[in-house]
Write a protein that binds this ligand. Structure first.
Ligand code: HEM
Length: 453
């Protein structure tokens, strides 16, 4: 039996314009408000259908995913800036790349990378965090975690010999590209102006330098004939079904995508995590106890973190409260329908992940930080597709295991040595850019738990 057509609530242009100030104040809270008022489904004047309904999201991300591609913003501006890698490609090419690269992210393959990660985290603690603790300097957690995550992802990708100064140039070029993408997404009519005033030319110049650094490095690695245990080594070894290998341009594009997708996401999540722990000393104490009981003074490993179940619950609850990828959008290739909801070809549809994670339909007392939601028993009760920090369906984050390992390492290693104390007088809100970041950072001071160590 066919479902009767559902009348999708529409927000008219006038109502939209009236809401502009509240939208500009905080887009996420604005989306949440209009979805709460419209039973989880609304169409905006730009034809974007927005939803925080788990079943509908499951439908377009998983059940009928082949009808949905990345939006025109990704296919044009984002691809132009960061190339045609896993995150930005679609269809047959995406599937071919995904199949080829996926194997490199399996847990077994991550052993070599785990050593690089531990090394970077240790260096950061010894050379930087210890100094902050000694000098009692105020630091911004988001900025610091971004620095650390950038080193972790770049060195995991290119190996420890990769030059720190080159990493900074690459990061800077990506940050400028991100700013440009956000600017043209918000005000597309300004694009010609950026071409006229030289801003676009400057971004392209930086992009060319960035690409040359990476291409030269790939060439050198190829010439050396060495086989290394890093992500580039994995990409170089990757063979397609017909036995052929990736070209240098493909290696470049996939490398950049891994840096872009793997830096801010983990960094901002860790900033939120330490913020939440600082606000909930009882939970912080339990994490410390669990880490000390399980690891003692030992360094964590890919094996031992499997026993860190309570710290993992805390990480999962952090990603529920603050899903850094707060919106996942797609464009339907053909007209479609789900339970009477008509989805028109070419009109974007988006999963509002923040709203999903704060939806009382799926989460009791959603504003409360409660890691008990993620005990193995409680996880079984969760509604499918009500928790999507890493997305869902075939395009689920390929770096999920990598990211969880990295974040578990950082949590376990930091908490044994340091306590972060929030600076007073901060009003910490969030600003939705490409990732869900804190409005003005998170200011803390670092205390050593055992100052003699
Ligand atoms: C806390 C950390 C992370 C979060 C929350 C996260 C989240 C996500 C989400 C939600 C998606 C799906 C986007 C969509 O469907 O449009 C995604 C895709 C992706 N992520 Fe992550 N990510 C994280 C870390 C990483 C890391 C460390 C890497 C690589 C080293 C990575 C690489 C990718 C790639 C390549 C894709 C595209 C996959 C595809 O389309 O096939 N991510 N990520």
């Amino acid at each position: 039996m066919e479902n009767p057509e559902v009348n999708v609530p529409k927000m008219g242009l006038l109502a939209f314009l009236r809401k502009l100030p509240s939208m500009n104040r905080n887009l996420i809270l604005f989306f949440k408000e209009i979805l709460d008022q419209n039973d989880g489904l609304i169409k905006l004047p730009n034809k974007l259908t927005l939803t925080d309904d788990a079943e509908l999201i499951r439908y377009f991300l998983q059940k009928n995913n082949s009808n949905y591609i990345k939006t025109s913003l990704v296919r044009t501006f984002v691809r132009d800036q960061i190339g045609d890698g896993l995150f930005t490609s679609d269809g047959k090419y995406w599937l071919k790349q995904r199949r080829a690269i996926q194997a490199g992210f399996h847990k077994k393959k991550l052993v070599g990378i785990s050593k690089i990660m531990l090394d970077e985290i240790n260096q950061y603690m010894d050379n930087i965090l210890d100094v902050y603790a000694e000098t009692n300097q105020e630091i911004d957690l988001e900025k610091e975690m971004t620095y650390l995550a950038s080193k972790v992802v770049s060195k995991s990708l290119f190996g420890q010999e990769f030059d720190n100064e080159k990493i900074d140039v690459i990061d800077d070029s990506i940050a400028k590209a991100n700013e440009y993408i956000v600017a043209v997404a918000k005000q597309p009519f300004l694009k010609p102006w950026y071409h006229l005033n030289g801003a676009y030319k400057h971004i392209v110049k930086q992009k060319n330098i960035r690409d040359k650094f990476i291409l030269d490095f790939i060439e050198e690695r190829k010439k050396s004939g060495e086989s290394k245990d890093d992500l580039l080594g994995m990409l170089l070894d990757t063979e397609y079904e017909d036995g052929s290998k990736m070209t240098n341009k493909q290696l470049l594009d996939e490398s950049i995508i891994l840096i872009v997708a793997g830096n801010k996401t983990s960094a901002v999540t860790m900033a939120w995590l330490f913020y939440l722990l600082a606000k909930h000393p009882g939970i912080e104490e339990k994490v410390l106890q669990s880490v000390t009981e399980i690891l003692g003074d030992e360094e964590p490993s890919i094996e031992s973190i499997r026993s860190l179940t309570y710290p993992l619950q805390v990480l999962e609850e952090t990603m529920r409260m603050y899903p850094v990828v707060w919106l996942i959008d797609r464009e339907p290739v053909e007209d479609d329908e789900f339970s009477g909801i008509k989805i028109k070809k070419g009109e974007d549809i988006a999963a509002f992940v923040y709203g999903l994670h704060h939806n009382p339909k799926y989460w009791k007392d959603p504003e409360c930080f409660d890691p008990e939601r993620f005990t193995p028993e409680n996880k079984k009760e969760q509604v499918p597709f009500s928790y999507l920090p890493f997305g869902g369906g075939p395009r689920i984050c390929i770096g999920k295991n990598f990211a969880i390992m990295e974040m578990q390492f950082i949590l376990a290693m930091f908490i044994r040595r340091y306590k972060f104390v929030l600076s007073p007088g901060q009003n910490i809100g969030f600003k939705p850019l490409l990732t869900l970041s804190p409005t003005n950072g998170i200011k803390v001071r670092v205390q050593k738990r055992n100052p003699a160590s």
